[in-house]
Write a protein that binds this ligand. Structure first.
Ligand code: FAD
Length: 413
């Protein structure tokens, strides 16, 4: 097969996983990023290999909950009102897919991707010497009331339908698994297939080092525009830099929309900012990721400490972080983990690339077929990066993909 020069715009976890898989297919990789080691969603996320998360955000009853969430200034969902007009097309699409039948369709599409996670992630971690950074202790979703547990029954049934193991537990059984949990926890669901990494930064930097060792080059700059030339494609970057390539992958996370627009591809993509605090000395032992169901946030034990985070803030890419949200999550965590020592902690926030249907955008551009989209992974970019990389490599080689790519195509917008 002829070796191709593949330029990948964006060196987050998705761009790097694409780079590694494309290199395995024998192609030459150029990574374009202003700073491949800069802080971004791939650096500070919760580290969950959340293969069990196949229910889209747009569940049928969600619109009834949104007003209550928005009225709570530090609740799980917030909106910067100045950004609201720009969000309207995204919200309209979100409302259109919040039906029962759409939830089933989107869950099948998320499940198809997540079911491949370990097949594609395991060789990537082995080759990059990172296998010992993946732990499988499952995850524990905890509830304060039986009523809230029962209200989620349909979602747990949907997960079971897709082969996800869900083990219901009483509060006491949950405390046997995680003794730091307080009496406030009355019910729980254990999902053993969930894994986590020691620290997302270690995974990101480990893959970066490997793809560089395998011959990838890095152009430090922002891709501004993609144009076609007589011989192929060209990316115009800032400071007048130009990069020529046979194939281009757009993997710039929440920043991908404007790049796709330069080739006439329209996408509904928003920044969904998340917040967290990493407490190096939390004073308690937590073994696995704990998901606080009613309050929609998580606590993950990482090599750097206990990371407490979540929240979904729609305010655009240039808004300033509101770390009152970070503090609020730590206060909430103490409700569930009463002995948590929150006297110190490092605050962080990052932009999830969010589509209204919770599906990533993966596939060739209909306008410029040698451009491939690989972005929009929302809450699941770490989980789905390796599979996205594998799919992108297959698209480049014109091999039949392992899963039907129709649900992820950009044409859906
Ligand atoms: C609080 C929080 C917790 C999360 N927890 C989890 C979790 O537990 N599990 C999970 O699977 N996912 C999780 N996620 C989601 C996950 O972090 C993201 O989906 C994922 O990191 C997105 O990766 P990416 O490579 O697409 O984007 P990014 O990590 O944002 O990387 C994009 C890259 O593109 C570069 N770039 C931008 N514009 C340009 C340009 N014009 N030219 C060149 N380069 C450009 C940026 O510099 C950046 O390096 C979480 C996210 C948040 C915020």
């Amino acid at each position: 097969m002829k070796q191709k020069k593949v330029a990948i715009i964006g060196a987050g976890i998705v761009g790097l996983a694409c780079a590694w898989h494309v290199q395995q297919s024998g192609h030459k990789v150029v990574l374009i990023d202003p700073d491949p080691k800069a802080d971004k969603a791939s650096y500070g996320n919760a580290g969950g290999i959340a293969v069990t998360e196949i229910v889209p955000a747009s569940t049928p009853g969600v619109f009834l909950k949104i007003p209550k969430w928005l009225l709570d200034p530090l609740g799980p969902l917030s909106l910067r009102w100045a950004h609201a007009p720009k969000l309207i097309p995204w919200m309209i699409r979100f409302s259109k897919v919040s039906t029962h039948s759409e939830m089933q369709r989107l869950a099948s599409a998320l499940s198809a991707l997540n079911a491949r996670t370990y097949d594609d992630l395991t060789p990537l971690l082995e080759n990059t010497g990172l296998s010992d950074k993946l732990y499988n202790y499952g995850a524990l979703t905890v509830y304060e009331t039986e009523a809230a547990f029962d209200a989620d029954a349909a979602e747990w049934d949907l997960k079971r339908k897709h082969g996800i193991e869900c083990v219901p537990m009483s509060g006491d059984e949950a405390r046997q698994l995680e003794p730091a949990l307080g009496a406030v926890v009355k019910k729980a669901m254990f999902t053993p297939q969930w894994s986590q990494v020691s620290d997302p930064i270690e995974i990101h930097n480990g893959i970066l080092e490997t793809v560089l060792r395998l011959g990838a080059t890095v152009i430090r700059g922002s891709g501004k525009r993609i144009t076609t030339t007589q011989t192929g494609l060209q990316i115009e970057c800032d400071a007048g830099k130009r990069v020529e390539a046979d194939q281009i992958v757009i993997a710039a996370g929440a920043w991908s929309k404007s790049l796709a627009a330069t080739i006439g591809d329209r996408v509904l993509l928003e920044s969904e900012r998340g917040y967290n605090t990493t407490i190096a000395a939390p004073g308690i032992d937590v073994t696995r990721e704990i998901i606080f169901a009613e309050r929609k946030f998580v606590a993950t034990p990482l090599s750097t400490g206990l990371r407490i985070g979540g929240a979904a803030e729609f305010g655009g890419l240039s808004s300033v972080a509101n770390h009152k949200r970070t503090d609020a999550l730590v206060r909430l965590a103490k409700r569930y983990l009463p002995d948590l020592d929150d006297s110190q902690g490092e605050k962080w926030s990052g932009h999830r690339p969010a589509t209204p249907d919770s599906l990533p955008v993966i596939g060739r551009s209909p306008n410029v077929p040698n451009v491939i989209h690989a972005f929009g992974h929302g809450h699941l970019g770490l989980t789905q990066a390796a599979t996205t990389g594998r799919l992108v490599a297959d698209i480049i080689d014109e091999k039949p993909p392992h899963i039907d790519l129709t649900p992820y195509r950009i044409e859906r917008f």
